[in-house]
Design a protein. Structure first.
Length: 270
């Protein structure tokens, strides 16, 4: 059964089974052309888009995928990044018409690779800071695996943000004191699977050169470009543009949702 994209609704969860037999869930809301959102790590279909989704659903039918181990989507271990890209492609096929596709962080890698699976079903693609597989040093990986083995998920989360994506400690301490921190920690165990899948993934920017769709490569002005494959993709993709999010780092949809929604909408609907 295909998902209707014409009726205006408040967020509702929908579930289906992919051709590979994977149970997939997504949150659907809004009215307009279909926009598939693919969340990153330390978040899910709700928390990644919590502040920007109410704005986007005014112009789009938003279909926010819950990746593996989130929502009621299949809980699996040892899956690959390409397995999750196939899940994204399955959702696009389930919707049954061409969609706009947006991915954040690890979810941007999934979205990029899904676009290779179903290029004719993606109208435009927006990628917010897809990470390099070599994002973490072997030492950092060892530290995180030790913390995970001890189920020290709070320290696991803090250590990743501090040492890997280099968030200033003062900013992290401030985040830790807000209501936003608990969902981050709650997702840490699922994120461990993301990090393992990312490290095992072989990224070759040139392999995406033939993508025939317009692509927006988003990056924050305050982000460390070396952590992401944005510049590598910009150098080879013939239909790509770079979109700098002024004053933002890795979480622009949370820290500046109105600015982010405007940037996304302008690219998708121009």
């Amino acid at each position: 059964m295909r998902a209707s994209i014409t009726t205006s609704t408040d967020p509702v969860m929908i579930q289906f089974t992919s051709p590979r037999g994977i149970r997939i869930s997504f949150q659907k809301s809004g009215r307009g052309p279909a926009l598939v959102l693919v969340h990153g790590g330390f978040s899910d279909h709700h928390t990644n888009w919590e502040f920007v989704e109410p704005i986007l659903r005014e112009r789009f039918t938003v279909c926010a995928l819950a990746r593996r181990n989130r929502g009621t989507t299949e809980a699996t271990e040892g899956h690959s990044l390409l397995d999750e890209a196939e899940d994204v492609a399955a959702l696009i096929r389930h919707i049954g018409e061409p969609v706009f596709l947006l991915g954040h962080s690890y979810g941007a890698q999934c979205a990029l690779n899904a676009a290779r699976v179903v290029p004719g079903a993606v109208r435009k693609l927006a990628l917010y800071e897809p990470p390099r597989p070599s994002l973490m040093s072997p030492e950092a990986v060892g530290t995180l695996e030790t913390l995970a083995a001890a189920e020290a998920w709070d320290e696991f989360s803090f250590t990743f943000f501090r040492d890997t994506i280099r968030v200033p400690v003062a900013d992290l301490e401030a985040l830790r004191a807000t209501d936003l921190w608990a969902p981050i920690v709650a997702d840490a165990k699922a994120t461990l699977s993301d990090l393992r899948a990312l490290r095992a993934f072989h990224f070759d920017a040139g392999g995406y050169r033939a993508l025939p769709i317009p692509i927006c490569l988003q990056i924050g002005s305050e982000s460390d470009h070396d952590l992401y494959v944005t510049d590598a993709l910009a150098a080879v993709l013939p239909h790509a543009r770079l979109q700098l999010l002024n004053g933002q780092a890795h979480e622009g949809m949370t820290t500046a949702p109105e600015m982010y929604a405007e940037a996304v909408t302008t690219f998708l609907l121009e």
